[in-house]
Design a protein around this ligand. Structure first.
Ligand code: S3P
Length: 445
């Protein structure tokens, strides 16, 4: 079946208002399924994000012999424990998901299986050597040896050797793949992190009963160690609302005059909320209420009201805590007074698309003055954004969502060339925004 893109445009909208929730966190959802599969007994998951990316991970663990099924509102994974996976009889298809593919490489590395991993056109372009390099040191075999992108044929082993590995890029996916492989190795594996990245894997390992140590050194580096062979037990996991999805609603509320929106129960883990900190620094009226803990994570209700914004400098060390939010931050910056300078964005080039280039191009085509300087993106804001452009989304859900938000506050509608990919992370995006009062127009092609 050939791929049929679904274009859509968004239009200047009245005040957005309401109180709502967004679906479960994508990072935690993938991990809940994978950790459930690696544990003994049953894991029950509530609030699992039912997006294409996560549903692909559910199919993958099922194909490996740990069935993931849904009854009423609860997902259940029948775990197989360390070394208990079965040889799948189909290729493992990760669709658009880098997280699913890279974390699963760490899982498969420690199992006596030989798998073929495939993905869509976007995922098949993304670098896998960052994960394969450390996993090969541990004993994973790449059967199509010279390949560094999907499709990949991988052979795992129950005799993984532990390593000490300093992350060459600030990537939670690489950290997680090595730690998950380390859980299956003989001895202690240590990952050294120079910049903190999202820590859901560390939290979830502990939550499932594995011991893991995190030690901050005087050199600013953190050493995260896990000893292999610890059998984890199935757990009840409650997945909190995804701050990366909520970011689009928060941005829409801050940009559309008269808006007042509350998003309930959002994950506010420090390693994930750089976008919200930046919005506050820009002058946004954004407050946290009802802070509480759920399933080992902090959550809160986030209230956002329309605000006049000013440009800010976003330091490079903040990038890992808001890596997925730069496209929407750039859209917000287009409406702020003065320049917003976002530094340290090299990793944006290897996301679902080259997000640095795609974001800059989307701004430009909508009349926004923006430029890329090395790894920095500079946006010169204005209180009047013309809009009227057609944005190329390059199979990237976050580019599509970010520019649809622009259209709610720009003078002319903003059209994106495809919205199909939104279902990979946030299938409810359009419906929830409509509920708040935002306007979309389907585009006949
Ligand atoms: C994720 C880590 C980030 C992020 C991705 C989810 C995760 O990728 O962009 O959407 O769940 O570990 P990197 O680790 O490659 O930066």
């Amino acid at each position: 079946m050939s791929y049929v893109p679904k274009p859509l445009s968004s239009t200047r909208s009245g005040p957005l208002s309401g109180q709502l929730t967004v679906p479960g966190d994508k990072s935690i959802s993938h991990r809940a399924l994978l950790f459930g599969a690696l544990s003994l007994g049953t894991t029950r998951i509530t609030g699992l994000l039912e997006s294409e990316d996560v549903l692909n991970t559910a199919k993958v663990v099922s194909a490996l012999g740990a069935p993931a099924t849904k009854t009423k509102d609860v997902w259940q994974v029948q775990g197989r424990g360390l070394g208990g996976f079965q040889q799948p009889d189909v290729p493992l298809d990760f669709g658009n998901s880098g997280t699913g593919a890279r974390l699963a490489m760490g899982v498969v590395a420690g199992q006596a299986v030989s798998v073929e991993m495939i993905g869509d056109e976007s995922l098949s372009r993304r670098p896998m050597s960052r994960v394969l390099n450390p996993l090969k040191q541990m004993g994973l075999q790449v059967e199509n040896k010279d390949r560094e992108t999907l499709p990949l044929k991988l052979r795992g082993t129950v005799d993984l050797v532990p390593i000490e590995y300093e992350l060459p890029v600030p990537s939670a996916q690489v950290k997680s793949a090595v730690l998950i492989a380390g859980l299956q190795a003989t001895g202690t594996t240590t990952v050294i992190e120079t910049e903190p990245t999202r820590d859901h894997t560390e939290r979830m390992l502990r939550f499932f009963g594995a011991e893991i140590t995190t030690a901050a050194g005087g050199d600013g580096k953190t050493r995260i160690s896990v000893t292999g062979g610890q059998q984890m037990q199935g757990r009840e996991v409650a997945v909190p609302a995804d701050p990366s999805s909520a970011a689009f609603l928060a941005a829409a509320a801050v940009l559309v005059p008269g808006s007042d929106v509350t998003i309930e129960g959002v994950l506010i883990n420090d390693t994930r909320i750089g976008f919200y900190k930046t919005l506050q620094e820009m002058g946004a009226d954004l407050t946290y209420a009802n802070k509480r803990e759920e399933g080992g994570e902090q959550i809160a209700d986030i209230r956002v009201r329309h605000s006049a914004l000013k440009g800010v400098r976003v330091p490079p060390e903040r990038a890992p805590s808001m890596i997925d939010e730069y496209p929407i931050l750039a859209v917000v910056a287009a409406f702020a007074e003065g320049e917003t300078v976002m530094e340290g964005l090299a990793e944006l080039k290897v996301k679902e698309s080259d997000r640095l280039a795609a974001t800059a191009a989307g701004l430009e085509v909508n009349g926004v003055n923006a430029r890329v300087e090395g790894d920095a993106l500079i946006v010169v804001g204005s209180d009047r954004v013309s809009g009227g452009g057609v944005v190329a989304t390059h199979l990237d859900h976050r580019i599509a969502m970010a520019f649809l938000v622009m259209g709610f506050a720009s003078e002319k509608p903003v059209k994106v060339d495809d919205t199909s990919m939104i279902a990979t992370s946030f299938p409810e995006f359009i419906g929830l925004l409509e509920k708040l009062g935002a306007r979309f127009d389907a585009v006949a092609e």
